[in-house]
Design a protein around this ligand. Sequence first.
Ligand code: ZN
Ligand code: ZN
Length: 276
Amino acid sequence: MELSYLNSTVHNHSTLCDGKNTLEQMALAAWQQGFEVLGFTGHSHTPCDLEYCMSPSRTAKYKAEINRLKAMYKGKMNILCGLEWDQFSDDDRRGYDYWIGSVHYLCGPCTGRYYEIDFRPQDLMACMRDDFGGDGMAMAEAYFASVKEIAAQKPTILGHFDLIKKLNLVSTYFDENNPRYKQAALDALAECAKSVKVLEINTGGVARGYRSDFYPSAFLLKEWKALGGDVIITADAHSTENLRWGYEQAAEVAKAAGFDRVAVMNKDAGFDFCAI
Ligand SMILES: [Zn+2]
Ligand SMILES: [Zn+2]
């Protein structure tokens, strides 16, 4: 039977990084909700912020616990051990079933400080003020330059392409309709298409109330289609109730951008395709 995009969820966190549920709770919920493939993608260790990502000892626990769960669910549900790899990650990316390449920080060009861009408005504000002379657009351009760098490392999936908009719901930092913003994003997307096949449509920002639109924005999805790329729907779930959050709505968004199929990760961490 063809694997449906509704039965595979491969961008998920747990209490070993910044999630709310344990790996075991996430696995049980996924199985109860009828998933055939469950992939975990804990935040890899970075020196930027120890609250958000897995420490080396948590990473060891993460791998061991996923191995245990893989055995426990054998024949019932396929569990994959992935990693959400950050631009500033400093641990070993080898040995995982797949990895999502994501940017969560900016490193200030003047101060050298790391700024968390996706859940601390005070960080984003300080970054704009102290490192970009108050120019939020320049900060967005620096973000997209970082996305290009991580894409060049050929991630299995490129994560939340325009995460920099997460805290920008009322255009506090920059205007997403400004041609300069759109150009920076489109230029980065074209560059990413040279090394990445699959971009995620990530529903997590909407699920958690930060945004009313998914990552990436519609104009970027249309361009990704024109560039010949594929998309996968992910929920970036940090809790059991969000494992499939917004999947059907995301499929509609993909259709509206011109896609007639979405990529679905299979039990071998390869991609099948599902008509939408
Ligand atoms: Zn992320
Ligand atoms: Zn994530």
